[in-house]
Design a protein around this ligand. Structure first.
Ligand SMILES: [Zn+2]
Length: 288
């Protein structure tokens, strides 16, 4: 829990983390004040814009569109890694999400899968829109991922948080799919490594779900571990799900895991959809 930054402080902490900040329009006073709360701040939400082109994307996020007035985030992250500040106050980015997720972010523990829309995220989160089509094919340049890491780390460092305070929009609500094309779990590892790179900020080690054994899957388990695995498979672009992923092991889980085995480049006899320990560990599934 934390008090929102003043505009000066917001820009300053981002620059101190090495972010190339561009102050756009009347960003210091451009906000949704009067349309709901702003603060206490509990975390950061990462989005993709479903757009291309820096200038038009920044303008869209600044202005909003019919039915959703801008600002649509606090900063727009270009493919170059430049970050356009467009607001320092309440913005229309997170919308409604799950209070259980907010509780987990506040406690910095593993996130539950969102399934409710009972909490106003715009009051509690800084939001960054990264310019990407969100189609799973539009590339994420390293400069852009680096900027996502830096803006997140800057806020975590200023508030004394770990990367567990940084979530993707799709982790806030099951009504959204962004960001798509990189893994939030991997991004959180990067943020924690960055936070550990400076003194007096111990980074918690990421903990991964240990391999439950080959036979475990063949017993058709119903477990949050299956959901966590499925979420990682989706993040890696290995989804064969038409719905879910969910806790019950199904043929869609097996087909999705088969895609992961292919992605690892494994020999055909190991591409059978049944997880093996090395393939499991490579997926880096957050502990449930
Ligand atoms: Zn979003």
């Amino acid at each position: 829990m934390a008090t929102p930054f003043t505009p000066d402080r917001f820009a300053a902490i981002l620059r101190a983390e090495g972010v190339n900040v561009i102050e756009y329009g009347q960003w210091r006073t451009h906000d949704r004040a009067g349309h709901g709360g702003w603060g206490p701040i509990n975390g950061v939400v990462i989005h993709h814009t479903v757009s291309s082109g820096t200038a038009s994307s920044v303008q869209l996020c600044y202005d909003g569109y019919e039915g959703l007035p801008g600002p649509l985030c606090h900063g727009v992250i270009a493919k170059s890694g430049d970050v356009y500040l467009i607001s320092a106050g309440r913005a229309n980015h997170a919308g409604s999400g799950d209070s259980d997720v907010l509780d987990a972010v506040v406690a910095e523990r593993a996130l539950p899968a969102p399934n409710e829309q009972d909490t106003d995220g715009n009051a509690h989160f800084y939001g960054f829109e990264a310019i990407n089509m969100g189609d799973g094919r539009d590339p994420w340049p390293e400069e852009q991922l680096d900027a996502i890491e830096k803006v997140s780390a800057a806020i975590c460092r200023a508030y004394g948080w770990s990367a567990a305070s940084v979530i993707g929009h799709k982790e806030w609500t099951d009504q959204k799919s962004d960001p798509r094309g990189f893994s939030m779990a991997t991004m959180r590892e990067r943020i924690d490594r960055r936070l550990a790179g400076k003194p007096n900020k111990p980074a918690p080690q990421p903990t991964y779900e240990p391999f439950p054994g080959e036979q475990w899957f063949k017993n058709n388990p119903v477990s949050p571990i299956v959901t966590a695995m499925g979420r990682r498979l989706v993040a890696e672009g290995c989804s064969a799900y038409s719905e879910g992923p969910g806790p019950r092991w199904t043929s869609a889980d097996r087909e999705s895991f088969r895609k992961w085995q292919r992605k690892l480049g494994d020999a055909e006899q190991f591409v059978d959809g049944w997880p093996g320990p090395r393939q499991w560990d490579a997926l880096k599934i957050p502990k449930s």
